[in-house]
Design a binder for this molecule. Sequence first.
Ligand code: 1HN
Length: 345
Amino acid sequence: MSEQLGTLEELPQDYRDAMSKAGVAPLWPMMRNVLPHDAPNPVTRPGHWAFKDLRPLLIRAGELTPVEKAERRVLVLSDPGRGTGAMQATSSIYTGMQLLLPGETAPAHRHTPSAARIIVEGKGGYTVVEGEKLPMEEGDLVLTPGGEWHDHGHDGDEPVIWLDALDLPLFVYLEGSYAEEAELQAQRNRPDSSQVEYLAAGLAPSRKKNAIKKRYPMMRFPWSRTEAALRQLAKYGDDAIAEVDFVNPETGDYVLPTMGFTAMMFASGQSETPPLRSSSAVYHVVKGSGETTIDCTKITWGPKDTFSAHVFSKITHKANEEAFLVRVHDKPLQEKLGYYEERQR
Ligand code: 1HN
């Protein structure tokens, strides 16, 4: 193991000036910043965004800023470790709460980052992805993968609110984030593929030779099915708490390249202490209430709240009543990079 590394101050001033002039810097004083021992040293701090605080702010945004002036009317959930205005909740995950009012539309665009929405409140909202109309019902997970055209609309008569999750921070970091805009899309006049091709787990349309495979065959995961699956697992499964991963029904892979989505069910009073994970996560409470400690931070959450946990954090959840959460995480990305890790506590 290296001894205490040398500091910048130990070096003579003329040498430091000459390095600056040459556009170089010594690695050794900065080595531990980028390679700490044993585990990363995250900037991200646990965040908690209570829906009771966000909702009035969003409704006010609806009065203050017409959707035409916003393109997307969103309040960004900023990581406390990076400060308000930070366009991320964790190192790799952006989340924001979006409002669409009755009759409004949000114009079509497509961009390099991938997005998914968890519907928080309201009826009648929908997203159109590459011409497929995806109704939004509370708790649904709706995907808009990178590169696919999407616009939003609202046929109902009350505000619709959803949580957006994007892998935006990665694309910004890679200097790869940009969008194209277009007119609203024509909508195919048929139900979305969760109601036609993928009505039941284990059944997929018969595989025809030379058929063109869709990379993202199912874009909407209705909450009613997720909840039913969790309830059966809770009743008959072996795991302490019931968890299901959202997967591509054709391949079994994660639904998006970098972001994973896992729905969790807690019985009233049930607690869980998961292993330390190298992934970061944003939790959205679909229903129920409870408490989660993340390292030394205690978060008391209620329905529709959102909270975040940094990499390798020590997490304990406890539900005060039956509770359903969706965890957005970056395990798919970390597995692709070959370093996803869990450490038992
Ligand atoms: C986006 O495309 C949406 O389509 C929402 O609703 C939030 C935040 C950053 C970049 C793109 C949407 C977004 C976004």
